[in-house]
Design a protein around this ligand. Sequence first.
Ligand code: SD4
Length: 335
Amino acid sequence: MKISRKKFIHSSLIAGSALGLNACVWPAKPEKNKPSGSIVNQPIVLSTWRFGIEANAEAWKILSNGGSALDAVEAGVKVPEADPKERSVGYGGRPDREGIVSLDACIMDHLGNIGSVVCLENIKHAISVARAVMEKTPHVMLAGKGAQQFALEQGFKLENLLVEESKKEWEEWLKKNEYKPIANIENHDTIGMLALDQFGNLSGACTTSGMAFKMRGRVGDSPIIGAGLYIDNEVGGATATGHGEEVIRIAGSSLVVELMRQGYSPENACKEAVSRVVNLMNRRNKNIKDIQVGFIALNKAGEYGSYCVQNGFNYALKTSKEEVLIDAPFHTKIS
Ligand code: SD4
């Protein structure tokens, strides 16, 4: 049986991940003018962190039934949004320093349609509100009270998003009142999801409650098109997780897509974006040990990759053959 290069690479990556190796082994040097590869009529979905496994499974129900990448990413990220045990997305998310859960989300489709909400309160499915902004308004971003008012007009229901556990953590945090985000999954992990459907179309979604105990009104990268998420259907898509301030500083996801346009493999594009994060940290005399930023990327040919600042970030991948969690390669090992 003839195995296509792409299938071979994917199988190797997955085998590598099963062996505990960093899964992505794209060439170290950027491949400028690399052929874009064949359009694979095989759906694929990838998303950030461990909870991406369940989210991908939901997205897969749509992708495997011939549905669109847009429907898939929305349905997928709604899974952690609805789960009170996931403490950094949607219902159950950790609050800001005033004790209020506020959500950021955005969505982008293959035509360049975009929608986003920032500082949305008391509405669980921020991603669906972002999609409604995209489809039902002349705008691309709604914030705070206006976003909530729009959501209510669209039939979304007000809910208390602060679960008892998050409330207790916040009360504990208030005792010291010290703002120090922890680098990996302890107090923030956004879900960013990228999907390619059977029509060869890409879409992405990104949703979060942001940094735990953030200042009221703080907005991270996740709802900002070009920072937390970017899709160009001619090239590929990228999404980010981690310290939003650092992702915004380099217009991260847009940068990853532009690098792929220049011929970088998905992993090398993520790697270059990470090195820009690190460079800017160095220039400002900041310690990269204090931050985490991770990117995942998917190109039009169905090739994927990831890179992060420090060890600890992983992402979930689902295809017709595989369902795996992959450790992202990293810039610096921090124990
Ligand atoms: C933010 N990027 O609000 C989000 C948080 C996150 O892993 O992704 N944490 O800055």
